[in-house]
Design a protein around this ligand. Structure first.
Ligand SMILES: Nc1ncnc2c1ncn2[C@@H]1O[C@H](COP(=O)(O)OP(=O)(O)OP(=O)(O)O)[C@@H](O)[C@H]1O
Ligand SMILES: [Mg+2]
Length: 335
């Protein structure tokens, strides 16, 4: 029963961007030990594109092991505190290193303890998720002290650094030249775009993978048929995180109703409960309504691409103006 409830979460789809990202992370990990130069890489993408999932997957391949000599923690993975301070970040890192006194000590003491623990545990890679919190969009401020601390930490411990975050985190790297210089071209996790053939095919293949998993337990319409794939695209904006969210809802609803049938109408309801309302786009007809226009006009696609973007955030215009030129990461990735 439990495994059916988690069927969507436990399906990992090795789509191209995911596999490429994972490979690059693995490469950084395996060369971290003997690298002369620091290895730093960013995983960047819109919300719900799978950034956390790809770094998690890499971290899970190199798990913590408790041996007679103590703990080995090859990859230290933390989330940036929402208002990052050196003390707060060091505490999160100590906590992930399983230090029972993670909260105690001054900034200096915590840093010292952290370096010692990382050396003892053979830590080779540091992963920092939600890296955009290093940049405060509201005030346009970068947490420079924490960024500098991080740079020194990485230099001294010689671990590879992986940061993952929303596109706004490019600003952090851009405005900290020393940090930027250490970074490779980023791993970009995409939102799939229906208008581009290869991305449409990739998205359809993802649907096929979920359909394969679900049909072992449920009878449901083929998600990867041309028509359903388009409806699913319009329902999720090409974001894998919205797809999993609405499919999970469909599974829960079917389980609660004690049925192994997921009908077209059930998908409509699940989507409404999981995505539509949250997105506030209730005025658009449901992609699972019978009268939903199945024609991919530019106007429709344009509005679908806004799914999952948060209108309440201030426009990025201010940021662009301040940054002026292309960010270092953009320049690096263009080469
Ligand atoms: N390759 C994949 N196969 C299956 N599920 C995936 C895959 N990538 C992401 N997901 C699922 O999509 C959801 C969103 O992914 P994730 O949390 O990694 O996105 P994110 O980019 O980190 O989002 P946020 O910016 O909001 O933190 C999760 O439930 C995750 O398990
Ligand atoms: Mg995430």
């Amino acid at each position: 029963m439990e495994s059916i409830r988690n069927i969507v979460e436990s399906t990992l789809v090795p789509h191209t961007a995911f596999e490429n990202g994972l490979k690059r992370l693995e490469q950084c990990f395996s060369h971290a030990e003997c690298a002369q130069e620091p290895i730093c890489i960013a995983v960047i993408g819109e919300s719900r594109t799978g950034k956390s999932r790809v770094i998690e997957e890499c971290a899970e391949s190199h798990p913590t092991v408790r041996g007679s000599e103590g703990l080995t923690i090859p990859i230290l993975r933390v989330k940036t505190p929402s208002t990052p301070t050196i003390k707060g970040l060091a505490e999160a890192m100590l906590d992930a290193m399983q230090d029972p006194r993670a909260a105690t000590g001054t900034e200096f003491q915590k840093t010292k303890r952290l370096k010692k623990l990382m050396a003892e545990a053979g830590t080779r890679m540091l992963m920092i998720d939600e890296f955009q919190h290093f940049y405060d969009r509201m005030s346009n401020k970068i947490m420079h002290r924490v960024a500098d601390w991080l740079k020194i930490m990485v230099d001294e411990t010689k671990v590879a650094l992986v940061v993952a975050g929303l596109p706004s985190c490019r600003a952090v790297l851009h405005q900290n030249e020393q940090l930027a210089g250490r970074f490779f071209a980023p791993i970009v996790m995409p939102r799939f775009d229906w208008a581009r053939r290869e991305q449409r095919e990739e998205f359809t293949a993802i649907l096929e993978a979920f359909h394969e998993s679900l049909r072992r337990h449920f009878q449901l319409p083929a998600l990867d048929s041309d028509e359903m794939a388009f409806r699913c695209y319009c329902a999720t904006g090409g974001l894998i995180g919205y797809l999993t969210k609405f499919l999970r809802q469909a599974v829960w609803n079917a389980m609660d109703a004690g049925t192994d049938q997921i009908t077209f109408e059930d998908l409509r309801r699940a989507h409404e409960e999981a995505v539509l309302i949250e997105d506030g786009s209730g005025s658009v007809p449901s992609p699972f309504a019978r009268d939903f226009p199945l024609e991919s006009t530019e106007r429709l696609l344009e509005s679908i691409r806004t799914i999952g973007t948060r209108p309440e955030l201030p426009p990025e215009r201010t940021t662009r103006r301040r940054l002026g030129r292309r960010s270092v990461l953009e320049t690096l990735s263009a080469s």
